[in-house]
Ligand binder design. Sequence first.
Ligand code: PHE
Length: 338
Amino acid sequence: MDIKEKLEMIKKEAIEMLNSGIDLEAIRVKYLGKKGELTAVLRSMGQVAPEDRPSIGKLVNEANAYIEQAIENKKSSFMEKAMQAKLLAETIDVTEPGKKVDVGHRHPISQTEEKLVDIFVGMGFSVVEGPEIEYDYYNFEALNLPKNHPARDTQDTFYITDNILLRSQTSPVQVRTMENTKPPIRIISPGRVYRADPADATHSPIFHQMEGLVVDKGITMGDLKGVLELFAKKVFGENTKIRFRPHHFPFTEPSAEVDVSCWECGGKGCRVCKGEGWVEILGAGMVHPFVLKNCGIDPNVYSGFAFGMGIERIALSVFGIDDMRLFYENDERFLKQF
Ligand code: PHE
């Protein structure tokens, strides 16, 4: 076999090996390596006639380049295939339905509270918060409810010590505010309050109130009525009327319970207002002179009004819900509706 034939044979063999899937590096070593077949051919050049050596040398180089190229081609086709497989495995099907993320929303109590706050902020009130763990002094005594006052019974709460309790109303914020602010005062105070009441459709041991307090020179019951009327219209509709019924709170004098005309029937009487035409929504009155004095405000110079409402009660009516317990059960089927 002459060298030309030998080279052709080597090339053919190399290509066959490449196609048979043998390790590319092994093929490179076998044919192109220092101890490889082509090097062996070069070593045998001694037997070639000197005048033929350049052309044979050229043929060996060509065979070398040929096999090298074939190996490179194989390598890039492998890489190409690997890339294709990878791309295929990582394909994102944009038409596939996505995973649904549930977006929550504000709780109906919070929604109601925000709405009430907005209305009063619009009338120039600012928001003040007070502690839920309160002194007996602020919750009762400074509000003209000394120890053993019978009206304490209606607001029986949870005591931590004899003098520290969970506040039963937001009214202590009135006292805290008057103690450290000079009139004019115009504040609302929303927040949680506590009473030792068993839970039923209209009671809960924890609920929310919003207090209002205005103190300045020359404040009258007319101002209180004006503010509450505007508030009632914004919450229950433009045609809403309000009505004051005489009542007693130890910290206001005179005191009133305030009703709004029934938003359902407009006052004719229906199931919602139990035939009354009116629904009670809050307590209010002129700040008692004793309370002003307790807080270092001269009742001969200043007067004020205060009101307090239950946020749950308003939420129940606004949303048409008939059981307060639903607010606290956190059942999504209920909450989703608001
Ligand atoms: N704090 C009273 C209550 O919880 C409501 C109220 C507030 C009444 C302010 C008059 C003035 O029943």
